[in-house]
Design a binder for this molecule. Structure first.
Ligand code: WT7
Length: 630
């Protein structure tokens, strides 16, 4: 088949990488999948274990409340563990872990299964039943994986809150989910210091009701408060007779909830994105297998945090469904020195590295000598996620880290999509800064205000036109918001909230968010959360947060603050407000800059005109001000 010549700068994958890959001919797979996507996904589903097969692959009778594999019975935790324990993978290493302080752990599928059962029995002994919510708040330690798998095993819905979030963020999420159990670590190591997770949780629990039991995992060992009758040590619980290493599992309906994960939206409080057992399992399993080309001997490292969707899908579920060996690292990339990551890649013989542009840019700043000290020849594939990767960072990653031999899988997706949506595979020619094309079986497009496809290279709204198995099912407890948020603007199309271009070769170039979401170091934050944290400070009357371009973080937060009458701003107050946001939302939400102003530009309907604020922050012309009230 004669291939059309691609426009622009193109990197072709090395022959050796394609030769052994699961998918060698992307076009062929794409054609098959697009001809009958229901069949494509059900064929993939056949590779997994079902206690009972489905009646329908996809049920779209109540659009946009799509259902997948209806009538089927399965359990994702069973597919992650029990299935492998019954095969040659029984003693295969599932997880290799290194603590920031040098601690080490290697856990086989056999042991991970037993640990999961023990944890599940502990949860059961606390009265946790199918459908109950359990909040998990920990750092990157093996127990976070065990806790998630334990919930899934007994049908409890986990709600993981990222360990970088703080008091109010945690409080809000515990309360909204109505969790009755909280699993927390005493602390987490981060850049040589301890993040006092349990102490933060104690403060959050003073604001939130509903939590009956707190399971505390000992990681850092500092003195903490244990509330009698509520808080219990995990290492003590697991010695009790109730914590047997065998635990009957729940046979789940394909559409039974697996987890909720809070993410920032356009306005108001974070949304609880709901994912289910069956479709999510098929989606994460297939995409990881094909995109990162998981092979039996691979050592795969997704450097994200389990507290975000990347970690849920591609540290916990995807790799285990594939029977892979994963690596997890607790701490900061440059601790104690900027070669920490490269040293671990060399030591553990990592074959696949999946990280975010911000991490690459951060490490790039230290210079390539830190990389070149290490033999990184084990690497075969690299990955990027979270925000657009600038071509300069792409090329550094490709040539310095990958030595020119490792294709970069730039994967575009969202908490809501659950799985990769726009992504290359190892056999696909790459253009730096483009995630190439939608995954086979998925149709996406770039459209104008009215939903009409725009011309090649024109900017427009990124939409998804076909349902996919790991898609969001609803916003937990708020079906109406689910519909308005994603499906109202365009009939029959899912609105991503991103803007993009599509070039003449059909390659997608994602530009960024078009709503009030700010991506800071790849983390998704809502302006509303930052603003309400600022306003909760006694000195603040009103606040507006925007994102401004930042060399390493992609975007940094810039906040405008109106003080209460009679108060004047100074540098001490700026610092106090920054600390206040860090304490309420988390260090990642700390504004880079705070400017005190007397008024904020608003439309006649009272909406803050962020475009004007952005222009001001960047010293640019604000453009058309005709809708401005004042
Ligand atoms: C938003 C979703 C899904 C994992 C992490 C983020 C941006 C994500 C890319 C990419 C350009 C990207 C989008 C998207 N984004 N990946 N490869 N290229 N932009 O999940 O926190 O739900 O954020 O991240 O703006 O809408 P999330």
């Amino acid at each position: 088949m004669a291939k059309k010549k691609l426009q622009g700068e193109v990197f072709y994958p090395p022959k050796e990488v394609i030769e052994n890959a699961h998918i060698k001919d992307w076009d062929k797979l794409n054609k098959q999948a697009n001809t009958d996507y229901a069949k494509f996904w059900s064929d993939r589903a056949e590779e997994l274990h079902w206690f009972k097969k489905w009646d329908r692959v996809i049920d779209d009778r109540k659009k946009p409340f799509y259902k997948w594999f209806t009538g089927a019975k399965t359990n994702i935790s069973y597919n992650c563990l029990d299935v492998h324990v019954q095969t040659h993978r029984r003693n295969k290493i599932a997880l290799v872990w290194e603590g920031e302080n040098g601690d080490f752990e290697a856990m086989s599928y056999f042991r991970l299964h037993r640990e999961t059962c023990k944890f599940a029995n502990i949860l059961k002994s606390m009265g946790v039943e199918k459908g109950d919510r359990v909040t998990i708040y920990m750092g990157r330690i093996p127990e976070i994986m065990i806790a998630m798998l334990a919930c899934a095993r007994i049908g409890a819905i986990h709600s993981v809150v990222y360990g970088g979030f703080s008091v109010e963020a945690l409080h809000e999420r515990i309360e909204d989910s109505k969790s009755k159990v909280l699993i927390v670590a005493d602390g987490a190591y981060q850049r040589g210091k301890i993040v006092p997770l349990k102490q933060i949780a104690d403060e959050a629990l003073q604001r939130a009701g509903g939590i009956e039991h707190v399971i505390v995992v000992k990681r850092t060992g500092q003195e903490i408060n244990m509330e009698f009758g509520r808080d219990m040590w995990y290492h003590e619980l697991r010695e009790l007779p109730i914590a047997s290493n065998q635990c009957a599992l729940e046979k789940m309906d394909s559409e039974d909830p697996l987890f909720i994960l809070y993410t920032s939206g356009t306005t108001g409080k974070p949304k609880a994105i709901l994912h289910t057992h069956g479709g999510y399992m098929v989606g994460t399993y297939t995409t990881l297998k094909y995109v990162f080309d998981i092979q039996e001997q691979d050592r795969y490292w997704c450097a994200a945090d389990p507290g975000w969707i990347t970690g849920h899908s591609y540290i916990v579920y995807g790799p285990l469904l594939n029977g892979a060996t994963s690596f997890m690292y607790e701490g900061a990339p440059n601790y104690p020195y900027p070669n920490r990551w490269w040293k671990m890649i060399e030591n553990y013989g990592i074959n696949i590295l999946y990280t975010a542009p911000t991490a690459i840019r951060g490490l790039m700043r230290f210079g390539e000598a830190w990389v070149k000290r290490h033999d990184l020849s084990s690497l075969r594939l690299l990955g990027s996620v979270g925000e657009p990767i600038n071509p300069e960072a792409w090329k550094w990653y490709h040539s310095v880290v990958g030595n020119g031999n490792c294709p970069i899988m730039d994967t575009w997706w969202q908490t809501e999509t659950g799985m990769f949506m726009i992504t290359p595979m190892p056999c696909v020619p790459l253009k730096p800064g483009s995630g190439t094309k939608p995954f086979p079986g998925i149709e996406m497009d770039v459209v104008d205000e009215k939903g009409k496809p725009v011309k090649p290279n024109e900017e427009g709204y990124l939409v998804i036109k076909t349902p996919w198995p790991a898609m969001i099912r609803t916003i937990y407890g708020d079906d109406e918001r689910y519909v308005t948020q994603y499906w109202r603007k365009y009939k029959g199309m899912y609105m991503t909230g991103d803007s993009a271009r599509k070039d003449k070769d059909g390659y997608f170039w994602v530009i960024g968010r078009v709503d009030d979401v700010i991506k800071v170091s790849g983390y998704r934050l809502g302006t509303a959360e930052i603003e309400s944290a600022l306003v909760s400070h006694s000195a603040v009357a009103e606040a507006a947060a925007i994102g401004v371009p930042h060399e390493v973080k992609g975007n940094a937060i810039y906040a405008y603050v109106i003080l209460r009458a009679g108060l004047t701003g100074n540098s001490t107050l700026v610092e106090e407000l920054r600390q206040h946001v860090a304490h309420e939302v988390g260090p990642i939400a700390k504004p880079e800059q705070i400017e005190f102003v007397d008024s904020l530009p608003k439309t006649r309907s009272g909406k803050i005109m962020r475009r004007v604020l952005k222009a001001k922050a960047m010293g640019e012309d604000p453009g058309n001000l005709s809708t401005l009230e004042d």
